[in-house]
Design a protein. Structure first.
Lengths: 289, 554
């Protein structure tokens, strides 16, 4: 017993080994690599694309994979490869911006509501509940009809749709942490609400909040494609990946690559985001344990 | 000598941790239990007492595995049987009474249905017969309204009653061996007596053998014939209850016994100069409660006109059973729960009821330490960061000076400085509680409110914490308000004692003469209910039944 204790203290006396807390496994690394790849494509896509996205390059529709058109052509004979490269900018950019905004806002408001309690919590919660009752596509329709479609409008609309859920989630987690003794100790010390939220509560809800962010990201990609389908999202001739799938869906029965490749792109992005988040470094993920 | 009912030979139980490391929990244990004999397994947490007790049913907790040795009960070899055969024995040969009866009962089913479940599963007898038998057991266990109590739901009976009902559940199948896993640990002392008595008489009457798992020597002394002292998965000493208590041979047993003996507290010598005549804490007519506030009064009033004083360098103990308002008192004094009437004066300055309105300097003087050491430390912060925060917050210390002070604080509570890089999850219970104390000390307080700080710790560890508190008091001139349900700890550290009952102070008296001079009937009942290290204590205990009925919520 004694000897064991001494060896462990000796190990702790040595300079803290760097790395193990931050390293993560290969599944997470693959996820991160795919995310970075799509991020890069979103940046440089327009320069890489062999054709402008709206140019009709082939007289045949739903063309097969060929040396000229790497991923075939769509229902109007446009080059799918170019359209996916251009669409990355919209899908990755809009979804990432919207999910970051939605979760940041939701989590901050949720934690404030949990700590402050009282009327602030009640008013905000009921307000956002009521907001949750509006169907998301209907809301998008109204907003876009009112102010017109542009990328900032799309980002803000998607943020508004997904923020209440994130708020509810973070609030529920924070309420639990808020009743723990260590928060009471900090409060008894006289700490400000800001300190309580950022230092005491946030590190302990970070893991679940990140998992929630991954899920929400996937939903946003889907709603974005829904908006595009209704003509409210990304405006033609550009299209996001969801839009590409929708407009080429008739090609599915013909086995057209035009519908397969955008689907693969969506799947690889959403799965990689979740692979990365589920395998985050233990330092971030397991803090509450 | 008759054949033993239970024979355990060279029992080894191991587990594989999450990181794939193999650990041995039980390292070769041998013992026997004769029919009708009650054997106690005693030891600190992690000593393997519950693991051994569960293995007698052939059961191990998830992740654990019986790796060697044999367990025989009667003619059955529990280790060699199939799971199905073992299941057939559970409830009829061996049964189990868990620590938390409240968690063991299904809240959505009537008590009777759950008590006779064993009879139904094993098809021992028809339902009507089982119910009659259950009522007989209720009567034998001295439960009130034995005929109708089975029709209630678990939340409609008290904790002590529920614990006795779970014993009835265990006894319905006429087992030869009953395993009690700390059944009275969660109960108040006054309730504990009743439960112990009921267990003892039922076991005697039925000639049933028992295994009683506990960390409390005094409780074990009342019920066990033999005691097995465990430490780190190995038997330290086996002996008759009398022998273990009066003539322990093993060093660890002696240590356990020594930790139990209260060391009477020596009041600190007061400096002769009367420079600071003001008491460090004065509380008058304090009223506090929970719930919605109407007309300035909360819906549920807990504290009713509590008044007391703590002189500088002296310690006040607050005792009472659960629900008496002890913790609420500490929270109201600290301002966590604002009092709606009355006042708190610290060192001559009257405090605002809500801590939000108190200044940093006022907050600094009074620090609080909680019962559950692990929930009081943020799992995401290192020990160093936890201790550094109050230093930055109250004194604005940074960098080297702060680092030095953190090391100094760890040294004060006898922890190595290297601990500051660790997270709370990597510390033992006793170490965590020391860190909590160090955090309170970081504010350089004059008064520390200790809310049951030793209750969740093992006896030996708790005794060490008490020693530390005394030492810190000598060095730093602190005062403590010490809340506890354990009278011997209060005796060990306090100068004065408040006895609380239903939110009121029923008596205030000096700790040294607490047991002899208490006059209020409730304090007398409470004091006489504390088990003593004497095998004849329970049998010889005489309490006025009317008094018991009046004060104990049975």
């Amino acid at each position: 017993m004694m000897a064991e204790y001494q060896t462990t203290t000796a190990a702790k006396d040595a300079p803290k080994p760097k790395g193990p807390g931050w390293s993560f496994n290969w599944v997470g690394r693959i996820g991160l690599a795919i995310m970075l790849f799509w991020g890069l494509v979103a940046f440089v896509g327009p320069w890489l694309a062999p054709h402008p996205p709206g140019e009709i390059v082939d007289w045949d529709y739903f063309g097969p994979v060929s040396g000229d058109y790497w991923m075939g052509t769509d229902y109007l004979g446009r080059d799918i490869f170019s359209r996916i490269l251009m669409g990355a900018r919209y899908t990755v950019g809009i979804a990432l911006a919207a999910v970051t905004l939605a979760c940041t806002l939701g989590v901050i408001l949720g934690m404030i509501a949990a700590v402050a309690g009282g009327w602030f919590d009640m008013v905000l919660s009921r307000l956002l509940d009521a907001f949750n009752g509006i169907p998301s596509l209907l809301f998008g329709l109204v907003v876009v009809a009112a102010v017109g479609s542009s990328i900032p409008v799309l980002i803000l609309t998607l943020t508004a749709i997904y923020m209440p859920g994130s708020y509810r989630f973070a609030r529920a987690l924070a309420v639990n942490v808020n009743t723990m003794d260590f928060v009471t100790v900090a409060r008894a010390r006289g700490e400000s609400t800001r300190y309580l939220i950022l230092q005491e509560i946030f590190p302990n809800i970070l893991g679940p909040v990140l998992a929630d962010l991954g899920l929400r990201f996937v939903f946003i990609v889907l709603v974005l494609s829904g908006l595009s389908f209704l003509g409210l999202g990304v405006q033609p001739p550009n299209a996001d990946w969801g839009g590409l799938v929708r407009e080429n869906i008739e090609g599915l029965s013909l086995g057209a690559p035009a519908v397969i490749f955008p689907s693969v792109a969506i799947a690889s992005l959403t799965i990689s985001v979740n692979m990365f988040i589920d395998n985050l470094p233990t330092k971030i993920r397991d803090r509450s344990e | 000598m008759t054949d033993p009912l239970v024979t355990v030979e060279k029992l080894r139980i191991g587990a594989t941790t999450d990181s794939g490391r193999k650990v041995e929990i039980i390292k070769g244990v041998d013992f026997e239990i004769a029919p009708g004999e009650i054997v106690a397994l005693i030891g600190e947490s992690g000593s393997g007492k519950t693991t051994i007790a569960l293995s007698l049913m052939g059961h191990t907790r998830t992740g654990c595995k019986i790796e060697g040795g044999t367990i025989r009960i009667g003619d059955c070899d529990m280790t060699a049987m199939s799971n199905r055969a073992r299941a057939a024995l559970r409830g009829t040969e061996v049964s189990y009474v868990p620590q938390s009866a409240a968690a063991a009962f299904n809240p959505s089913k009537r008590i009777m249905d759950q008590v006779i479940e064993i009879a139904a599963i094993h098809e021992l007898m028809p339902r009507a017969e089982a119910e009659t038998k259950a009522v007989e057991l209720f009567r034998a266990l001295a439960l009130p309204d034995a005929d109708t109590i089975g029709q209630r739901y678990p939340h409609q009976v008290s904790g002590g009653q529920l614990q006795r009902l779970s014993a009835a559940m265990a006894l319905i199948g006429d087992p030869k061996l009953v395993i009690f896993d700390e059944p009275t640990t969660a109960l108040d002392v006054t309730t504990q007596i009743e439960v112990l008595r009921a267990f003892k008489s039922v076991m005697r009457a039925g000639g049933i053998a028992g295994v009683y798992v506990s960390h409390d020597l005094a409780v074990v002394a009342q019920i066990a014939d033999r005691i097995i002292v465990l430490k780190g998965g190995e038997i330290q000493e086996v002996g008759g209850a009398e022998q273990i208590l009066n003539a322990p041979r093993d060093a660890y047993t002696k240590q356990l016994l020594a930790a139990f003996e209260p060391v009477p507290h020596q009041p600190e010598e007061q400096p002769a100069q009367a420079a600071k005549p003001k008491p460090v804490l004065e509380v008058f007519d304090l009223c506090a409660g929970y719930g919605a506030i109407r007309n300035g009064e909360p819906a549920a009033k807990i504290l009713k006109d509590v008044s007391f004083k703590i002189e500088r360098g002296r310690n006040l103990g607050v005792i009472g059973e659960s629900g008496s308002g002890k913790s609420t008192l500490a929270r109201a004094v600290a301002g966590i729960l604002p009092a709606y009437r009355g006042g708190v004066i610290v060192d001559g300055t009257e405090m605002k009821p809500d801590l939000k309105d108190r200044s940093k300097a006022e907050l600094r003087r009074m620090q609080m330490v909680f019962q559950l050491a692990d929930t009081a430390l943020n799992p995401a912060h290192s020990i160093g960061a936890i201790l550094a925060r109050p230093l930055t917050f109250y004194e604005g210390l940074r960098g080297k000076a702060r680092e030095a002070r953190v090391t100094e604080l760890l040294d004060m509570v006898h922890l190595p400085a290297s601990l500051r890089h660790r997270l709370p999850g990597e510390l033992s219970g006793g170490q965590k509680q020391r860190v909590n104390l160090a955090r309170a000390l970081a504010a350089k307080p004059e008064l520390i409110l200790c809310d049951e700080i030793t209750s969740a710790l093992d006896t030996v560890v708790a005794a060490a914490i008490l020693e530390l508190l005394k030492e810190l008091q000598r060095e730093l001139g602190l005062s403590y308000m010490f809340i506890s349900h354990d009278l011997s700890t209060v005796e060990a550290i306090c100068d004065d004692v408040l006895v609380m009952y239903k939110g009121e102070v029923v008596e205030a008296l000096p700790a040294a003469t607490m047991s002899s001079e208490a006059t209020h009937p409730y304090s007398r009942l409470l004091i006489s209910s504390v088990p003593k290290l004497d095998t004849g204590w329970l049998a010889g205990l005489e309490q006025d039944p009317e008094l018991v009925a009046q004060f104990a919520n049975r």
